[in-house]
Ligand binder design. Structure first.
Ligand code: NAP
Length: 283
C-alpha cells in the first residue's frame, strides 16, 4: 500500500528528532504513513506548503523559523494555534490546510507524567519567545494562580502578560528578580535556549535556584543535551528535574493523532520512543 507522506520542516533541520519519534509510532501501530525531514528556508514557507498540498502530503510539523509564518497561511487554526499565534502542526485534508499547535498540550502532559498539577500554583517561566507563549498560556488555562515571565527583553514579557493579566506578570531577567520570583514558586521552567548544544551561551549565574523551595521541580525545555548545566545544578541542589524530551515526545503524539485521526495511548508507545531516541542521540 502506498504510504501518505508526512515530514518536519525547519532551518536548520538535520538534527531534528521528530522523524525518530513519528516513525517509531507509525511502525508500532502499523499506520500507512512515512515521515521525513525537509530543510525549508524562512522565505519558502508558502512555496513548501503549496508543494505539500500538490504532492498529497497528509501534513507536516514545523519548527524554527516557520511557526509564525504558518498562522497567516492556514485556512483555519485550531484553538491552541489561535491562542498562541503559532503553528507547529499542519494537517492537510481534502486540500484544506489546518494549522494546529501541540506544544502547550505536550508540555502539560509532560508535567502530568511527573505528577505536577499547575492548578493554583505559582510558576516562574524564563523566556518569552514562541515556546514560552505556548507554555505560559496553557499553564494559565490550566488554572495556575500566578506566572512570573522573566525575559531579557521586558517588552516581550509584557505583551505575553497582557493575554491574562490576572495570572501573568512580566518580570526582568536579572539575578535579583529571578531570585525574588524563584522564592515564591512551585515550579521553575527554562524556555530560553541557554545551555542548548550548538548555542554558545549559558546562564551566567544560577544562584537564584538556591532560593527556590525544595518541593519545586525544575524544568528545561531544552533536550540536547539531556541534562543542561541548569538542570544539573538544580539536581545537585536537591530538586526534581524534568528535561524537554517529554514535551517533545508528547507534542509529537498529539500531532500524529491529528495527522492520522487515530487515538494513541502514550503509555503504549513512550517506552519504545525513549529507547529509539536514546539510540539516535548516541549516534
Ligand atoms: P524564541 O522564540 O527565539 O525565544 C527565545 C527566548 O529566549 C526569548 O525570550 C529570548 O529573549 C530568550 N533568550 C535567547 N537568548 C538569550 C540569552 N542569551 N539570554 C537570555 N535570554 C535569551 O525560541 P523558542 O522557539 O521559544 O525556543 C526556545 C527553546 O525552546 C529552544 O532551545 C528550543 O529548542 C526549545 N523548544 C523545545 C521544545 C520541546 O518540545 N522540548 C519545543 C519548542 C522549543 P529575548 O526576547 O530577549 O530575545
Amino acid at each position: 500500500m502506498e504510504k501518505t507522506k508526512l515530514c518536519v520542516i525547519g532551518d536548520p533541520i538535520e538534527h531534528s528528532l521528530s522523524p525518530v519519534i513519528h516513525n517509531t509510532i507509525l511502525e508500532m501501530l502499523g499506520l500507512p504513513y512515512e515521515y521525513g525531514r525537509m530543510q525549508v528556508r524562512a522565505e519558502d514557507t508558502e512555496t513548501f506548503l503549496r508543494q505539500a498540498v500538490t504532492e498529497g502530503y497528509g501534513g507536516f510539523n514545523a519548527t524554527m523559523p516557520h511557526k509564525t509564518n504558518l498562522v497567516k497561511l492556514a485556512d483555519e487554526l485550531d484553538y491552541d494555534a489561535q491562542l498562541c499565534q503559532s503553528v507547529n502542526t499542519v494537517v492537510i485534508r481534502g486540500g484544506k490546510i489546518c494549522g494546529c499547535n501541540t506544544d502547550g498540550k505536550g508540555f502539560l502532559r509532560m508535567l502530568q507524567d511527573h505528577g505536577f498539577s499547575p492548578e493554583k500554583k505559582t510558576i516562574t517561566v524564563l523566556g518569552a519567545g514562541g515556546a514560552a507563549r505556548a507554555i505560559v498560556l496553557k499553564l494559565a488555562q490550566a488554572g495556575a494562580a500566578r506566572i512570573f515571565v522573566c525575559n531579557r527583553t521586558l517588552a516581550k514579557a509584557e505583551t505575553l502578560a497582557r493575554e491574562a493579566p490576572a495570572q501573568i506578570s512580566a518580570c526582568a531577567f536579572d539575578g535579583q528578580t529571578l531570585s525574588d520570583c524563584a522564592m515564591f514558586s512551585d515550579l521553575l521552567v527554562n524556555t530560553t535556549p541557554l545551555g542548548m548544544e550548538k548555542i554558545n551561551a549559558q546562564f551566567t549565574e544560577l544562584g537564584f535556584l538556591n532560593l527556590l523551595g525544595k518541593h519545586a521541580p525544575v524544568c528545561d525545555v531544552v533536550y540536547q543535551p539531556v541534562e543542561t548545566a541548569f538542570l544539573r545544578y538544580a539536581r545537585e541542589y536537591g530538586h526534581q528535574t524534568i528535561n524537554g524530551l517529554g514535551m517533545l515526545v508528547h507534542q509529537a503524539i498529539f500531532a500524529l493523532e491529528e495527522f492520522t485521526e487515530t487515538k494513541i495511548d502514550p503509555a503504549a508507545v513512550v517506552p519504545e520512543i525513549m529507547s529509539a531516541l536514546k539510540k539516535a542521540m548516541q549516534e
